[in-house]
Design a binder for this molecule. Structure first.
Ligand SMILES: C[S@@+](CC[C@H](N)C(=O)[O-])C[C@H]1O[C@@H](n2cnc3c(N)ncnc32)[C@H](O)[C@@H]1O
Length: 254
């Protein structure tokens, strides 16, 4: 649960939070998401305990999107965040990016079927820790359930800060830590014992759910993550908890 500083290169094993070579986590996340791409949406519903639609709605409410906004969706996966924004806020353009091509292929299929509601959307395979876009390019960066999977989180946050326009906003939805100890203990039990069992039974991919549980437990709490955003250069960092802190949306301004 210790945040590094933006200055020191610091890669971790995202399943434990312990210092480790980046390849361990990058390889694992690639294998998990390329294997589950086609059934990811079912996986998502289970992994967020069915609450993901409400959390997504809260995330989008926190984003100051206008019809002129140029949006970069980091770790966009199969496009849920982008398509929901497209259809509810009609921004000028959305760039959906993800590390795993198989996830973006599913997003492209949805787009071809009309999920973009007429908003121009482009797709590119991008590692968030090395973003191939110019400085000061985007009004809004969105990232849902992405940062937890990245071994060099400080670098990813610095890259996001770099490509945002001055005054632009990062809106980051992630699993988090319930502040109430009783709720935290109940949730911890559910996470450790129920999620791998039910998730494995329903999708046939127990390993993915074991990783999910561990990575959630190892992810920094709301305050620590806010500090990491500040270390990356953001100001006006704030967050809103969902479902008693099981998830939180952080907003941060460049
Ligand atoms: C749990 S999914 C979330 C997808 C989508 N944002 C959503 O809300 O449905 C996590 C995504 O993060 C992507 N990812 C993991 N590490 C990444 C990285 N370093 N750069 C970009 N994307 C990454 C994975 O490929 C996967 O699609």
């Amino acid at each position: 649960m210790t945040a590094g500083t933006a200055a020191e290169p610091h890669t971790i094993d995202t399943a434990t939070g312990e210092e480790a070579p980046a390849e361990i986590s990058s390889q694992r996340v690639y294998e998990i998401f390329s294997a589950i791409a086609k059934k990811y949406e079912r996986f998502n519903a289970i992994s967020s305990f069915g609450a993901y639609k409400g959390w997504l709605k809260g995330m989008i409410e926190a984003a100051p999107i206008t019809e002129e906004s140029s949006i970069l969706d980091i770790a966009g996966g199969t496009g849920d965040v982008s398509f929901t924004i497209a259809c509810s806020a009609h921004p000028a353009h959305i760039q959906i990016t993800d590390l795993v091509p198989e996830m973006l292929e599913v997003a492209k299929t949805h787009y071809d079927e009309g999920s973009g509601c007429g908003v121009p959307i482009d797709f590119e395979v991008v590692d968030a820790q090395n973003i191939p876009y110019d400085d000061d390019s985007y009004d809004i960066v969105t990232m849902a359930y992405g940062i937890r999977n990245m071994p060099d989180r400080n670098r990813a946050l610095s890259e996001i800060h770099r490509v945002l326009k001055p005054g632009g906003t990062l809106v980051c939805l992630e699993f988090s830590t319930p502040p109430n100890p009783v709720w935290r203990a109940l949730y911890g039990f559910y996470l450790k014992h129920m999620i791998p069992f039910w998730g494995g039974l329903i999708t046939g991919d127990k390993e993915g759910f074991v990783y999910l549980s561990k990575s959630i437990k190892a992810f920094p709490d709301q305050t620590t993550f806010a500090g990491m955003l500040e270390d990356a250069g953001f100001h006006d960092v704030a967050w809103r908890n969902f479902t008693g802190g099981i998830a939180a949306v952080h907003t941060a301004v460049k």
